[in-house]
Design a binder for this molecule. Sequence first.
Ligand SMILES: *Cc1c(COP(=O)(O)O)cnc(C)c1O
Length: 376
Amino acid sequence: MAYIVDLRSDTVTKPTEAMKHAMVNSALGDDVYGEDPTVNALESKLAAMLGKQAALFVPSGTMANLIAIMVHCNKRGSEAFVGNLSHIYKYEQGGAAQVAGVLLSTIANKPDGTFDLAELESRFRGTDVHEPITSLVAVENTHNVCGGKVLPLKFLDDLSVICKRHNLPLHMDGARLFNACEYLKVEPSRVVRDCDSVSVCFSKGLSAPVGSAIVGSYHFIDQARRMRKLLGGGMRQAGVLAAAAIVALDEVVPKLKLDHKRANIMAKVIEGLFLKTFTIDVEGQHSNIILVRIPEHSSMTAEKVVARLAQVCLAETQGDCKTPNDEGVILKAIYFNSKTIRFTIHHDITDEDLWLAIMKITYVFKELDAAATKAH
Ligand SMILES: *Cc1c(COP(=O)(O)O)cnc(C)c1O
């Protein structure tokens, strides 16, 4: 059996031993009655970390974002502004429209995950009878499709001034908020200071098996709790899950810096290959997500690369990509489009995994680069 290194996503992380222990041993109650002490402990802990009044544990990040949209955009005819590369717009089935009846209007994301603030402000509407009513602005931090980019604090500060001027709430999809804090070396409460609501995932790089949370004011969370019940997200003895999330905050958040360090090493090695077919932006390597781009004119496609990384040829097992048992490495990755490959470093990736992944990438990228440049 070949050795598998799975860099498809940080969602593939398994609960740690400490999490499993906590899951078995935590005090439980019925959380829909507000009586699960472990869920309550998680919610107060997270709210305190983010400097907000309250938090709500929910099954998924998708539900967290949807609930935030439903609470902020509770008037019919509402519109929410999101980046055109945001998770909310690309990967949540248009739940805002499908479930909440909210129009998502997109603003073009720049490569760094931000967008043009003057353009945003010029597009707010609602005074004219022909128009929907702009009711929310949402940002994503770190920004997944932009390659795990961390939004600059200056951008958030300037955006918040604009939102306040127009009396609009600001939501942060902080599925990877703690990665952003790690990069910026500031407290989460500073990063989300001017956000009216924040969603956070425990089941991504934080390694917990299930769960996300929404954070905001008491008033916001009261309404969010109603929406969670409406969407079928009211969980009973949810403390079994919240217990793992508490361990995630205590024990995995401080280790995110290792993921970032490993991602940096991988990015630098890929850059150091100096291949025409594969380019990487080491300067923009902020967190645990690594994007490798293929030039538009190249005959190579990301699909082919991802498929090749998942195969082992005989020469590899005899050459550079040996595992301890000489069986070769299967490297799992995903692609965003035909010219963009994504690798995600996470808690279950050891230094040995990193090393084997780098050997495999080096081998395959050189092979494919030689084939692609010869074809020209
Ligand atoms: C994964 C993710 C979500 C949604 O999380 P699920 O728990 O998979 O529903 C939301 N936003 C971003 C940026 C994500 O990466």
